[in-house]
Design a protein around this ligand. Structure first.
Ligand code: CTP
Length: 396
């Protein structure tokens, strides 16, 4: 992919310092960043901080000494693959919604053909003001993207909606908007991820080492490619991807119930969750006390969700995962057949830099016709795109 350029507009507000983190995160992804600050933004954060992080001159004035021979607002407007304004004040939203271009930021946005994402941040009452809301709606109707502010304690001392969206989420949204290959538009993709927990008593449970990283990466990749994504996740420390329908579950039977609600209307199902195969026969209502004997715990089988999906399959493309420690080819091929899958992604969880909680994975993909493809070790993000590429090639 060609190197992308993001123009980041920073307006005046206490959240302006958080935008430094956005620049830093984008630079780590090797994205070019040019920052335009409004005059009031420069009262909160020094332009030099943005300059140091972006490694580009920061534009602050319409009639300042130009740093190149281009007409600055036009050249920045044309350079942009994406325009982001974070934090976006009520003032800039009002100006853009009403066609006012009276400073470098508003003029450049007006001149760009790139998509524009705004992340508002302001006092709660300002945010709920109907004039601001009308302006947001007007901009949305012109195709501007918005990432809603979070609720929380605001700098002015009040609590409510108005906090700048988490910078990690802003960058996640930017990733989605910058991704060009939209080959999953109009497709509904259901992804399951993470472990499940099966309670023993009020303080203990049975679970496994799954972190959810592979499933979350697949959900993001499918979203970036234009799919309408539902992610059903067991307990995980990961941040839910922006722009997906996120459903948090606890146990295997919770996952079963949620998956079944979506199955009929789904085009592609990717079951990367590590569902517990067994659960305690009874969940004690009070804590089990120790005694001098051992403890026998009777476990009963959980429903195999994927097997059930394979049995009920109509036109869905069904993709399973297999976590193995030995005899990978044999076990994986058997799971593919027994569960009536279209594709199975297997990994040997004992391999270095692979499996649970690792940021990278080494997977082998199995198909119905007996073919298999061994992928080299790569990040789970990279693997997610390749898994989707193979899924889209399947002819039925
Ligand atoms: N799976 C499921 N429901 C279960 C168990 C597993 O949907 N109760 C799914 C997983 O999400 C995965 C696939 O089945 O996509 C394979 O899971 P895995 O744990 O590797 O295999 P199992 O079928 O449980 O068999 P075993 O534990 O004997 O390897």
């Amino acid at each position: 992919m060609n190197k992308k350029t993001v123009i980041l507009g920073v307006t005046g507000g206490i959240a302006a310092y958080k935008s430094l983190d956005i620049v830093s995160r984008l630079r780590k992804k090797d994205i070019n960043v040019h920052v335009i600050m409004t005059e009031s933004a420069t009262k909160f954060v020094a332009p030099l901080s943005f300059q140091a992080l972006s490694q580009n001159y920061v534009v602050t004035e319409m009639f300042g000494e130009p740093k190149s021979f281009d007409i600055e607002h036009i050249s920045l407007a044309e350079k942009a693959d994406l325009f982001v304004i974070a934090p976006a004040s009520a003032n800039i939203i009002g100006k853009l919604a009403n066609g006012i271009a009276d400073d470098m930021l508003s003029t450049t946005v007006m001149a760009t053909k790139a998509p524009v994402l705004l992340a508002p941040a302001m006092n709660t009452n300002m945010y709920s003001n109907p004039i601001l809301q009308r302006n947001i709606e007007a901009l949305k109707s012109y195709g501007y993207f918005f990432l809603d502010p979070d609720e929380g304690r605001l700098a002015c001392g009040t609590t409510g909606k108005g906090k700048l969206a988490d910078t990690e989420n802003i960058v996640d949204f930017i990733d989605m908007l910058l991704y060009e290959k939209k080959d999953l538009i109009n497709k509904k993709v259901l992804v399951t991820a993470g472990p499940t927990r099966e309670d023993i008593d009020p303080v203990r449970y049975i679970s496994n080492r799954s972190s959810g990283k592979m499933g979350y990466a697949i959900a993001r990749a499918a979203r970036n490619r234009g799919a309408e994504v539902t992610l059903i996740s067991g307990p995980s420390n990961l941040k839910p991807p922006v722009g997906v329908n996120f459903i948090k579950i606890y146990s295997g039977s919770d996952m079963y119930n949620e998956v079944m609600k979506y199955y009929d209307s789904t085009d592609i199902v990717i079951k990367s969750a590590a569902v517990a195969d067994y659960r305690p026969e009874t969940i004690e209502t009070s804590k089990i006390k120790k005694n001098n004997e051992g403890l026998n715990l009777k476990l009963v089988k959980n429903q195999d969700i994927l097997y059930e999906l394979g049995r009920l399959k109509k036109s869905q493309l069904l993709i399973g995962f297999a976590a193995e420690t030995n005899n990978l080819d044999e076990y994986a091929s058997n799971k593919l057949k027994n569960k009536n899958l279209d594709m199975l992604v297997a990994n040997d969880v004992t391999m270095e830099k692979s499996g649970f909680d690792s940021d990278t994975n080494t997977v082998k993909i199995f198909f119905r016709n007996g073919e298999m493809v061994q992928l080299p070790n790569m990040t789970k993000e990279e693997a997610a795109y390749i898994i989707l590429d193979y899924a889209l090639k399947i002819k039925r």
